[in-house]
Design a protein around this ligand. Structure first.
Ligand SMILES: [Zn+2]
Length: 57
């Protein structure tokens, strides 16, 4: 069984922390307020209902 890690990232709009699942331990997370057509990413919604995207670098 694979254990999925999570990390806290701050929302770019309000600074609220949200948990993001990370696929690998040493991956870099890059927060973006808009979607871009490259790389592995996930869409996150903070507790204030802002959507943003997190890229795995
Ligand atoms: Zn927010």
């Amino acid at each position: 069984m694979q254990i999925q890690e999570t990390r806290e990232v701050a929302c770019p709009k309000c600074g609220e922390n949200s948990s993001v699942p990370v696929p690998e331990q040493d991956v870099e997370l890059k927060v973006s307020p808009y979607v871009a057509a490259f790389g592995e990413h996930t869409e996150i919604e903070c507790s204030n209902e802002h959507s943003f995207w997190v890229y795995y670098c």
